[in-house]
Design a protein around this ligand. Structure first.
Ligand SMILES: [Zn+2]
Length: 418
């Protein structure tokens, strides 16, 4: 039986203007029709839910998440494997409950995220779609001790090729490389280039053999330049990108995405939490203005932008991902472009745009329903009181405890019925 959501305002994730008095028809978990009520006619048997003018958007996609972290103040993710698998599952479910129907994890833990993905796919647990990088490929450096279960150290072209093959063998959907130093590693220098150009090129080539895209952690301008010349698909953080206008232009011309991760710094700076080590606070204070400037410059130059909250990092908890969209707006993006960065564009950054990211016929019916217009105030996406319910594959995957579900729903509309 089909499901019809009627009396909705549709924001479809493509960047098109919202459509009032719209209808979204769902068949077999996919969008069958999304558009003005006047354009819909079908005689199939259907359950119709009247949403009273509420706003329907595609399920959000967070392109930069660490499921193994729960926002620990000192950024120490550690747990025994059994506990860690449960932590990853619980964090994944918090994303789904907040309307993040697809999560790209850019650094898991001891390959446990692959087990969690398998159990979600088998239907044993509710959870978002997981796009997994496996381990973060890094040169020999201090971060590898700090994030022991997350890193795969590889020095030189041969080791890099092997590291890529290992991730692919474990089931990685993409490869993550640390091209520069990190903010959240105690003596890490974010501006310093770690891998040499031949190493980054070998990684991109090896990943490409298996059809895998590459996400490059890169703060410094030199590292960003090496990464984009080697052909990576997304630049994560891109803190000092503003220092190199040619790199910005190159990214725009080649469609290389920037995933700016502004929420990490804001959470740490605004919290004023004494549990945050001094070095983490100082490094974030030093780089936040530059990160915002880089996003603004890239956005104005036409670089494609994808939303990534980096949840899992200090105080940056799963389920609050939507705040990143608000910060993107504060940095200069229009409301619609910030929403597209978290939907249609994020799907393109993952290479999954053929089946997720927009509410168009043939795409999966992953969606969120909001009681207020996020185009008037992006904070609506960060404040869960506005979230009415979440659908994944056309079924209700989450509904906040104090909210009512629309009448007319059947058990088959719920994700976890056995
Ligand atoms: Zn990260």
């Amino acid at each position: 039986m089909d499901t019809i959501l009627k009396n909705i305002t549709l924001i479809d994730g493509t960047g098109s203007n919202p459509i009032g008095d719209a209808i979204l028809a769902i068949r077999d978990g996919k969008t069958l029709y999304a558009g003005p009520a006047s354009g819909w006619s079908d005689t199939n048997e259907a359950i119709t839910l009247d949403l009273g003018g509420q706003f329907v958007l595609p399920g959000l996609i967070d392109a930069h998440v660490h499921l193994a972290g729960s926002g620990e103040a000192d950024s120490q993710f550690r747990a025994e494997d059994g506990a860690m698998a449960l932590k990853i599952l619980s964090n994944a479910q918090k994303n789904l409950a907040a309307g993040i129907t697809t999560v790209r994890d850019l650094g898991g833990w001891n390959e446990l995220e692959f087990v969690v993905r398998e159990w979600i796919q088998r239907g044993e647990f509710a959870g978002p779609r997981l796009c997994l990088a496996g381990r973060f490929i890094s040169i020999t450096e201090a971060g590898a001790d700090y994030y022991e279960g997350m890193y795969r150290v590889a020095d030189g072209v041969d080791e890099i090729r092997k590291a890529v093959r290992e991730q692919v063998r474990h089931g990685a959907d993409l490869i993550k490389i640390g091209v520069t130093g990190a903010v959240l590693v105690e003596h890490g220098v974010p501006g310093a280039t770690h891998f040499n150009e031949d190493e980054v090129q070998a990684l991109v080539e090896e990943a490409g053999k298996f059809g895998r895209r590459v996400a490059a952690h890169a703060h410094g301008a030199d590292g960003i330049r090496k990464a984009i010349r080697a052909g990576v698909h997304t630049i994560e953080h891109g803190t000092y990108l503003y220092q190199d206008p040619l790199a910005v232009q190159w990214m725009a011309e080649h469609g290389i995405f920037l995933v700016p991760t502004l929420k990490v710094g804001w959470d740490i700076i605004q919290a004023n939490d004494s549990n945050i080590p001094e070095w983490i606070l100082e490094k974030n204070k030093a780089t936040q203005g530059e990160a915002q400037l880089s996003l603004k410059m890239a956005y104005e130059a036409g670089v494609p932008i994808a939303m990534g909250s980096d949840v899992g990092t200090p105080l940056n908890v799963h389920g609050e991902n939507g705040l990143e969209i608000y910060w993107m707006g504060q940095a200069g993006m229009s409301g619609m472009d910030a929403i597209v960065a978290a939907t249609g564009n994020a799907a393109r950054a993952l290479g999954w745009e053929a089946w997720i990211g927009t509410l168009e016929p043939g795409r999966v019916a992953d969606l969120i329903v909001l009681d207020s217009n996020p185009l008037d105030d992006l904070y609506v996406l960060a404040d869960k009181k506005h979230l009415q319910f979440v659908m994944k594959d056309g079924r209700i995957a989450a509904c906040p405890a104090d909210h009512e579900l629309p009448s007319g729903l059947l058990a088959e509309h719920l994700l976890m019925i056995h």
